[in-house]
Design a protein around this ligand. Structure first.
Ligand SMILES: [Zn+2]
Length: 443
């Protein structure tokens, strides 16, 4: 297959039976970046059996899956680096990798160069004679990432490196679960059809939504934004799409995307904080996404900060989200939106001062939240993302001041706080990342 041909080298994908489809309009293509290759022999049918065992091919072995996920996250890599990182001896690594090379998951791409050195994993000293480096073939499979929001279902088709190949958005007339899930199926079918992908090419479908997700059943226990309570998500989608489906809280999907493919590559402990109507947080602790026993870890927005503060959407008083979320900024500034408050804050006069005061107040609360977060988990990096992340600059001085006051033992000066201002594909790429993680058998 040449790089200019359709990504999956096939024409037409079988629409799944069951739920009705959403509108077909709105497909746009991402960058035309698709490596040659992508054979799928021997993999038909296996993926639909579920994600627990990883890919139907060579990744079913947990040790091999770990090696592959390291190559995916930190590649190009050498066999020596993989041996050092995993503690396996070199001959075991070589033997384990052989099926992945034979099956075109990994390619030998020449000798290491300066630009090939992973910048992320713990440094590995020079290991003597020049050796071949290994790179993942990102076109070996595709993944889908879907974000279910209150007004639309957005979806992307990506390669194994979470690089976006296609996008599709379906507006939602209502958040009724049957309507939203049908839109998810419609978006998935449309993307596969437009890219010429067969279901056998698909590693899995990741679905991200704001709410409390049961990690066992993939059901949504509660989503205030969608108005859902105890809504099965994974099972009906998997049955209708005939594909593996993984459902995850949307902030967790972002944390995973940053950790595997973004600013957090190689950072073992980090937090991604999302600013917007809600304030979310995904945690990576010790190189693993931390979701907690019930799947609700990282409910940063509901840290109780002020017993006399505004009432939160959760019903409690003075949560961080009630003090620093969009509604709080709008209420204090008297503006209709955070974007308007930003414009007003840049001006002069009483309205501008009121808007700046709103951002200072939100920043102060955010800084106390950061202090709680840092004192508890001691992250190396905090990434700010989400719809209102562009306003963080107006909150940052107060946030840093408050973090300095409440952060323990100098942590305020050591933790890195960075803004990921990228908005396009933010959530959908995150959702695709959880499908990729599950599909390669990484725990
Ligand atoms: Zn709350």
């Amino acid at each position: 297959m040449s790089p200019s041909s359709a990504p999956c080298g096939r024409s037409g994908s079988r629409p799944a039976a069951g739920l009705s489809r959403g509108p077909a309009a709105g497909v746009t293509r991402g960058p035309a970046r698709w490596p040659a290759g992508g054979q799928t022999q021997g993999h038909t049918g296996g993926l639909a059996r579920g994600l627990a065992s990883g890919l139907a091919g060579g990744l079913a072995d947990p040790g091999r899956a770990e090696l592959f996920s390291l190559a995916l996250r930190y590649g190009p890599v050498t066999r020596g680096q993989l041996a050092e990182w995993t503690g396996l001896d070199a001959s075991t690594v070589t033997r384990s990798l052989r099926p992945l090379i034979d099956d075109d998951y990994l390619r030998e791409t020449g000798r290491p160069s300066a630009s090939d050195q992973p910048v992320t994993r713990p440094a590995v000293a020079g290991r003597g004679r020049p050796v071949q480096v290994l790179s993942v073939n990102p076109g070996r499979h595709v993944a889908l990432g879907v974000k279910v929001g209150p007004t639309a279902v957005s979806a992307v088709l990506t390669d194994l490196a979470a690089t976006v190949i296609g996008r599709h958005t379906v507006p939602l007339a209502s958040t009724e679960p049957s309507v939203a899930l049908a839109a998810v199926c419609g978006a998935v079918d449309e993307l596969l059809l437009a890219a010429g992908c067969d279901r056998a090419d698909v590693l899995g479908v990741g679905v991200g939504l704001s709410g409390d997700i049961d990690p066992g059943s993939g059901a949504c226990r509660l989503s205030a934004i969608l108005g859902w309570r105890d809504v099965p998500v994974r099972e009906p989608l998997a049955a209708t799409l005939d594909l593996p489906v993984v459902v995850e809280n949307d902030a967790n999907t972002l944390a995973l995307a940053e950790h595997w493919f973004g600013r957090g590559r190689g950072v073992r402990t980090l937090a991604v904080v999302t600013l917007g109507i809600g304030i979310g947080c995904g945690l990576v602790l010790g190189d693993r996404l931390h979701t907690g026993v019930r799947g609700i870890a990282g409910e940063f927005g509901h840290l109780p900060l002020d017993p006399n503060g505004r009432v939160c959407t959760c019903g409690a008083r003075g949560c961080l989200e009630a003090l620093a979320g969009d509604d709080a900024i709008c209420a204090v500034s008297g503006c209709e939106s955070v974007a308007e408050a930003m414009r007003v804050a840049a001006g002069q006069g009483a309205a501008a001062e009121r808007a700046r005061s709103a951002f200072r107040g939100a920043g102060d609360a955010l800084g106390r939240g950061f202090a709680g977060l840092c004192n508890l988990v001691d992250p190396e990096l905090v990434i700010i993302a989400g719809e209102s992340s562009a306003a963080f600059g107006l909150m940052e001085p107060a946030a840093r001041e408050s973090l300095a006051v409440h952060g323990f033992s100098g942590i305020a000066s050591e933790v890195r706080i960075e803004v990921d201002a990228g908005q396009e594909d933010l959530w959908t790429r995150g959702a695709a990342s959880v499908a990729i993680r599950a599909g390669v058998g990484h725990l």
